[in-house]
Design a protein around this ligand. Structure first.
Ligand code: GSH
Length: 343
């Protein structure tokens, strides 16, 4: 509607060429990705659990699976992803410049990022919080023991402001040491260059499991801030933002309906349940109406499984840290993950 009004005004003013330019300026991200034939996704180089290479050289991880899910939704093929590795600080500029179609860097959903930076958050795909890990030999067992500590954290994020708030409110001080990437950060921590290292709980657990002597380190039980994370897209193309959001809902809805990577094809061909048939694009036109193939949800689930399968693979039962579902359980089971109605 807005675009048509702008064009009509341009025609009245004799601005044909300018009008065309205005019409073309509206981004059509789905078309851009389809014309290119590959989905570009910003991920970390080596953050186990989130994004890392496996023994065969395949990129794997929780956030990596969201990139593959987007490729499956938009291009019908979860393998058509070009991963661009980047640090946290590089992520938002890379997204804003158009270098990537999405960043999957476990960014925390904050009001400033949402309202001032022109970003749209997907999910939250992972509900967690920030915690501290310490050398056991330090004797620290609770947050109150960290007054005056040297704390290593990742540069370019929000962690130092969150720690500042927490410490100031309690008349405590700390010395932040901001490091570009987490591999360096944990190496410095292990060498004893900082007393404490901080990140979200699943990432601390993953990293502790890879330290030389995991038993020498303690993740303090209290979280000092909440961190609800998800992939992020630019907010200049509503149709595309909707796709990104509904890809996450598709993963959750599939889990709610008991649809898995292994049974999705059978469910599509054999289920008589109209809700399942509509969700999988066997009936109705949900996919077509949002600019995708009608069976896009089938492609997504066939590529990465449902939400619970992704969680289990990278953080839960099948991972080294065996993180409980907790807040990331389905709402039906008392958690915070739910999908709106597919109707
Ligand atoms: N949730 C944090 C960022 C998440 C985070 O801590 N990321 C770490 C790894 S889990 C990181 O930036 N790593 C960069 C790297 O290792 O390249 C935020 O939004 O500021």
């Amino acid at each position: 509607m807005l675009r048509r009004t702008a064009l009509a005004a341009a025609a009245l003013l004799g601005l044909g060429a300018a009008g065309d330019a205005m019409a073309q300026a509206a981004p059509d991200q789905l078309k851009t990705i389809r014309d290119r034939g590959v989905f570009r996704c910003g991920v970390y180089e080596n953050v186990p659990g989130l994004s890392a290479l496996d023994a065969q050289g395949n990129r794997v991880g929780f956030d990596v699976d969201y990139c593959r899910a987007m490729a499956a939704a938009v291009l019908g093929d979860g393998s058509k992803v070009e991963f661009r590795t980047m640090t946290l600080a590089q992520g938002i500029p890379a997204l804003k410049s158009g270098e990537v179609d999405m960043i999957a860097l476990a960014l925390t959903y904050t009001i400033q990022r949402d309202t001032e930076l022109g970003l749209d958050f997907v999910g939250p795909t992972l509900y967690s919080g920030h915690a501290f890990m310490v050398h056991k030999r330090s004797g620290a067992t609770k947050l109150a023991d960290l007054n005056g500590a040297t704390i290593c954290l990742v540069a370019g994020g929000i962690t130092d402001t969150l720690i500042s708030d927490y410490f100031r409110a309690r008349n405590m001080t700390f010395r932040p040491v901001a490091i570009e990437n987490t591999t360096q950060m944990y190496a410095l921590y292990e060498e004893g260059r900082c007393d404490v290292v901080t990140s979200e709980v699943p990432f601390l657990g993953m990293r502790r499991s890879r330290l030389r002597n995991p038993a020498d380190h303690l993740i303090l039980p209290e979280m000092f801030a909440k961190s609800h994370m998800g992939p992020v897209v630019r907010d200049d193309d509503r149709a595309y933002s909707h796709v990104a959001r509904w890809v996450h809902f598709a993963l959750v809805n599939a889990e709610e309906m008991g649809i898995t990577r292994e049974n999705v094809a059978r469910m599509a061909s054999e289920s008589r349940d109209p809700a399942i048939r509509r969700f999988l694009g066997v009936e109705g036109e949900i996919g077509i109406k949002m600019g995708l193939a009608n069976d896009w949800t089938q492609k997504v689930i066939a590529a990465v499984g449902n939400y619970g399968e992704i969680f289990d693979r990278h953080y839960g039962a099948q991972s080294v840290i065996k993180l409980p579902r907790g807040l990331n359980a389905l709402a039906f089971d008392g958690g915070l993950q739910w999908s709106p109605t597919w109707r």
